[in-house]
Design a protein around this ligand. Structure first.
Ligand code: APR
Length: 244
């Protein structure tokens, strides 16, 4: 099909809530990571300069939590993969999550805007390497051999998210914007819905979340409940009837 005749794209912005039922903690819910840890102490550049060991230990521990969860994609991840396979236009997942569950469910177009688990980056030479090993201030970059410069390839507060040019382009082609399992507290992701609606006045925006997030006015429709129960029927509905 010629590009001009492709139907509008679908974008699903996902957050920690979509992986909750796969056993991964969210950040801001009761008992979430940012209730148990002070993000200023473990997820900022200032924290890294103040106490590298503390930052690296936090990520070493959360990586272990990931592994212990025996993560597997759930019905919501799988439904988005089905949507990508069946919809005749472009379907893109923009995820704030660092877990690999969208890919494991079969999604092909996944943008990890906050980085990915299992990658490390050298602050000295910039090389990104795949690694599941624990890091410490004594770790040596396999590329440039700098000591104490390796960090998780994960975006910290105050840093620019990754792949923003690609994200802007995808949002421009978007006709249906889904926000799934995210509190909408963190920018720029929280602003994507407005970006889509400003660019395309006919675009539809739907929020699927466990509970109201306080962003009611930004979306045309809200569907509340656990993602495994709300996303699959919503995807079936779009595939059967569209979203108008
Ligand atoms: N199904 C659907 N939604 C759920 C579920 C579920 N089973 N469980 C929880 N939620 C919802 C919560 O109600 C909440 O609104 O998911 C949302 C999770 O919000 P956050 O914990 O704030 O996670 P997220 O929005 O992904 O955070 C954004 O903040 O700390 C940074 O970089 C981190 O990527 C993260 C970003």
């Amino acid at each position: 099909m010629h590009q001009d005749f492709l139907p509008p794209g679908i974008v699903a912005l996902t957050g920690a809530g979509i992986s909750k039922e796969s056993g991964i903690d969210t950040f801001r819910d009761e008992g979430g990571l940012w209730q148990r840890f002070d993000l200023e102490e473990v997820a900022t550049m200032e924290a890294w300069h103040r106490d590298k060991k503390k930052v690296l230990d936090f990520y070493n521990d959360t990586r272990r939590m990931f592994r212990a969860a025996h993560m597997a994609p759930n019905a919501a991840h799988k439904a988005l993969a089905l949507l990508e396979r069946k919809y005749e236009g472009e379907v893109t997942v923009i995820t704030q999550n660092i877990d690999p569950l969208h890919e494991q469910a079969g999604s092909q177009r996944v943008i990890h805007m906050h980085g990915r688990d299992g990658e490390i980056r050298c602050m000295s030479c910039g090389t990104v390497t795949e690694s599941d090993a624990d890091l410490s201030p004594a770790s040596v970059c396999p590329h440039c051999k700098a000591v104490g410069e390796l960090r998780p390839n994960i975006v910290w507060f105050g840093e620019m998210p990754m792949h923003m040019d690609e994200i802007d382009a995808v949002l421009e082609r978007c006709g249906l914007f889904l926000s799934i399992g995210t509190s909408g507290d963190v920018y720029p992701a929280a602003g994507f819905v407005l970006q889509v609606r400003r660019h395309n006045r006919r675009a539809r925006a739907v929020e699927l979340n466990l509970e109201p997030t306080g962003n009611e006015t930004l979306f045309h429709e809200h569907i509340y409940g656990p993602a495994t129960l709300t996303v699959p029927p919503y995807v079936e509905r779009v595939l059967a009837y569209g979203w108008k």
